[in-house]
Design a protein around this ligand. Structure first.
Ligand SMILES: [Mn+2]
Length: 343
């Protein structure tokens, strides 16, 4: 099924819903909050009542988007209250923080439960939704939602434009990361024509990085090495580094449980590698992190138009796109006097 057909089904399901539930990911970032806002605004424009939650939502950075304050930090209702559920920006189903309950729901006959729609720009982990709208080549879920709105002739109010621009600016680091395409910038420019407040939103994103993010960036910068002969930059985050950053930012509980992945999702590391790819003279950049004992994850980025970094990712058993790819290795990162080794 092509994108246009999927957009049409999603729009019909949203329009005809008696009540709609929207779910963003646990510990939501700007794209997750803005994507929930965007879908909520679309539903409201069809006069569909809408509820939303992002587990562990905390900061009110995005309160200027009209629906943000109505997004619950936990799920207070029941799936039987809804005829459709839209899940945005989650990557894997587990990132809803509600995997088991959703899987239970999906076992029921489709006529007796809500219809599940997924909008996402992360690579697929596994297919689970009744309707999956996934475009991993896009910078942000909000960029995907823009395409949806345009195709379904949904009117861009200033609030909707603000919302879409917020997701795009968050996930591109204010257009600094290589996931920014000419199309991304052209959408942002259209949003400004509809009244989106670029200066306000970009300043807000720049000034509201949380402590965990800043600590991780600090450690990644400290560990940064640059080979000027090959124009290759790399950095490493060992298990100890991740632990240091989490301890310093109030995540003692997750550290004690050994559950790092609950807090440290791949978008955080994607942002770091995206930023590192801007180093002067760097043709490519690699960030390695100790994802779990015995498992290392690597991300590769290039801002150079003539390099296809996915070729290197494939050699390492991974994959991705020309500007942004990743891979996994078995092993542990160990700090040595000269640097790090893989054991
Ligand atoms: Mn996103």
């Amino acid at each position: 099924m092509g994108s246009e057909d999927k957009y049409k089904i999603a729009a019909d399901k949203i329009k005809s819903a008696k009540r709609l539930l929207v779910i963003g990911h646990i510990n939501p970032d700007g794209d997750a909050i803005a994507s929930v806002n965007t879908v909520a605004l679309i539903a409201q424009s069809f006069n569909v009542p809408v509820d939303a939650f992002c587990m562990e939502k905390k900061n009110e950075t995005y309160s200027f988007l009209p629906f943000t304050d109505k997004i619950h930090p936990s799920f207070v209702g029941s799936f039987s209250d809804y005829s459709a559920v839209v899940v945005v920006d989650c990557g894997a189903l587990s990132r809803t923080g509600f995997k088991d309950a959703i899987e239970e729901e999906l076992k029921k006959p489709i006529s007796t439960r809500p219809f599940f729609i997924e909008f996402d720009h992360h690579p697929q982990v596994h297919a689970w939704a009744d309707l999956e709208i996934r475009q991993p080549e896009l910078s942000a879920t909000c960029e995907l939602l823009y395409r949806f709105c345009k195709s379904q002739k949904i009117e861009f109010s200033r609030d909707l434009a603000d919302s879409i621009l917020t997701g795009i600016l968050t996930d591109t680091g204010n257009f600094l990361y290589p996931n920014t395409s000419s199309e991304t910038i052209s959408i942002a420019s259209k949003m400004m024509e509809f009244g989106a407040r670029f200066a306000k939103i970009s300043a807000l994103i720049k000034n509201n990085q949380d402590l965990l993010t800043i600590k991780l960036w600090g450690l990644a910068l400290e560990n940064l090495r640059f080979n000027s002969r090959y124009g290759f930059a790399f950095s490493v985050l060992t298990r100890d580094d991740l632990k240091t950053a989490m301890m310093a930012s109030g995540h003692q509980e997750a550290v004690a449980q050994g559950n790092f992945s609950k807090i440290l999702h791949s978008d955080l590391f994607g942002d770091i590698s995206g930023f590192l790819s801007n180093i002067s003279g760097a043709k490519a950049v690699m960030l390695l992190r100790q994802d779990a004992p015995g498992k290392i994850k690597g991300s590769l980025r290039t801002a150079s138009p003539e390099i296809d970094i996915s070729l290197l990712a494939k050699k390492l058993g991974g994959g991705g796109h020309a500007k942004s790819s990743g891979f996994e290795l078995a092993g542990d990162l160990e700090r040595t006097d000269e640097g790090w080794k893989l054991v």
